[in-house]
Design a protein around this ligand. Structure first.
Ligand code: IPD
Ligand code: CA
Ligand code: CA
Length: 264
């Protein structure tokens, strides 16, 4: 499978940052027993990973702007291109020694996501996609699941954390969807939820309250695997609405209907 030069840059950055995260992940388990807990350590791991990604990307394309979870917006000379980066997605999992976390890097060109990389170093799974070129897990081409009937479907979602998001809405939505599908999953890393939807592990996925860096690479992954992605209202304003619904054509539509019913 041939990758473009720019995708190679993204892959190298994700793998380098992922290796740093994997080393730190090994330490986290030792720190679990200390009273203070490993949260300062995890925050340092997060910042280190972001620094690695930023250095790699800026070395290859000095003019591109960046939107990074930890550093925010860094303007570039080239107004057409922007990197969107989450150096550690799945922080709570990482902190608890759960090996479901990733580095996520997307490239936006004139407002459209054109390339995405999601790397989970704990499982050594590298997801890549380029607009019009398909999505891959390592070297294997991805295709969304073909299931059409909700009772056969496993659906991923996100549940708001303590003190943030709309807990009542989440409970309502879960109640509506839970009664119609084979099973629900909350894996704790939005980029991987989307990558797993692209890989057909999840038949569908929805979440509210996300940021662009949680979704940018993953939404391209799902589309390039033949799936549908929209905001909760069926539009293309995922970043503004901070919501996302994904799946194959059939599941995406049915899931959106269930979520609309949950709103009453
Ligand atoms: C979080 C994860 C989680 C989602 C949250 C995100 P972080 O990202 O993707 O699955 O439910 O909304 O903020 O904080 O671990 O990078
Ligand atoms: Ca995230
Ligand atoms: Ca993060």
């Amino acid at each position: 499978m041939a990758r473009s030069a720019i995708l190679n840059v993204m892959v190298q950055a994700a793998i380098k940052a992922g290796r740093s995260l994997a080393r730190d992940f090994g330490e986290v388990e030792n720190l679990q027993v200390s009273r203070k807990g490993p949260s300062d350590f995890v925050s340092a791991a997060d910042h280190n990973a972001e620094k690695i990604v930023r250095t790699e990307l800026q070395k290859a394309r000095p003019g591109y702007g960046l939107l990074m979870e930890e550093s925010g917006t860094i303007e570039g000379d080239d107004p057409q291109h922007r990197w969107i980066v989450d150096p550690l997605d799945g922080t709570t999992n990482f902190l608890h020694g759960i090996p479901i976390f990733n580095v996520s890097i997307a490239l936006e060109r004139e407002g459209t996501i054109v390339a995405g990389v999601i790397y989970n170093p704990a499982m050594d799974e590298l997801y890549t996609a380029e607009r019009g070129q398909g999505a891959f897990l390592n070297d294997r081409r991805l295709r969304v699941a073909a299931r059409k009937s909700l009772p056969d479907c496993v659906i991923g979602t996100g549940i708001p954390f303590l003190g943030v998001g709309d807990h009542a809405r989440s409970l309502k939505e879960i109640r509506h969807v839970m009664g119609e599908v084979a099973g629900l999953r909350r894996c704790g890393a939005a980029a991987l939820d989307l990558a797993w939807t692209a890989a057909g592990r999840f038949d569908g996925y929805w979440e509210h309250g996300l940021s662009p860096w949680d979704m940018a690479a993953g939404l391209l992954m799902v589309r390039e695997a033949g799936g549908y992605v929209s905001d909760i209202d069926g539009g293309n304003n995922m970043f503004e609405s901070r919501s996302i619904v994904a799946g194959n054509e059939h599941v995406h539509g049915q899931l959106r209907k269930l979520l609309a019913n949950a709103r009453g």
